[in-house]
Design a protein around this ligand. Sequence first.
Ligand SMILES: Nc1ncnc2c1ncn2[C@@H]1O[C@H](COP(=O)(O)OP(=O)(O)OP(=O)(O)O)[C@@H](O)[C@H]1O
Length: 239
Amino acid sequence: MVRDLSYGYGNKEVLKQLSFSLGTGFNLLLGPNGAGKSTLFSLLTGLFNQGQGEVELCGLDLVQHRRAALAKLGVVFQQSTLDLDLSVKQNLIYQGSLHGLSAMDSLNRVTSILEKLELSQRLNERVRQLNGGHRRRLEITRALMHRPKVILLDEPTVGLDTDSRLLIIEHVRQLAKEMDICVLWATHLMDEANFDDELVLLDRGQIRASGQCQQLYKKHEVNDLFELYRKLTQQVELI
Ligand SMILES: Nc1ncnc2c1ncn2[C@@H]1O[C@H](COP(=O)(O)OP(=O)(O)OP(=O)(O)O)[C@@H](O)[C@H]1O
């Protein structure tokens, strides 16, 4: 849950009184380049000190209960943070050790995720040998190891071809459902939205719409996300 969250770099205000709350399942944060998605993620992950407003993760205030709140969170950053010279297995074990897990526990925890993401056969491959899609799936697996209740993914499909992008997003939708977690997937690519996804539409630091895609289409009398985006951002231009 985010309430009245604002943030600026110096005098430049880039997030303006954002308020939204997300439930479990797949939530899409859609916004063009420069909308403020990465800044929002930096606030949600505690990387930046909160400006004005409140952030709660699973009912825990991020300022007052920082450690407990962040323990509920998994993150996949825009830039890969895998060690390319280590194998898939070694990268996972390394992550587990940061959470105080033994090598065996680390791997046991992600066995079913590796299967779902079709990575089980690649445990001994060096990350350098994997294609971009498989690297991203490994990062998603790694982010789920400590069993977070909320997972943030910042433009996780940048640089991938369309088939890999849509396959990964489908996998993550399934994981969100099966694991009953809240996923917030940031993107500037409209084709990544499904009509039944929950959407937060961010534009120039402000939320222009939030809710289920198909309900928003109905409410704003448009046929698809492209029309919705154009309509809402054009309205803003006129104000
Ligand atoms: N360190 C910074 N100092 C000053 N301005 C910044 C800084 N980082 C981002 N900005 C500005 O803040 C605004 C929001 O940027 P942000 O990176 O959060 O957007 P975004 O939606 O993630 O875009 P992108 O997909 O291009 O990363 C932009 O106008 C950007 O130029």
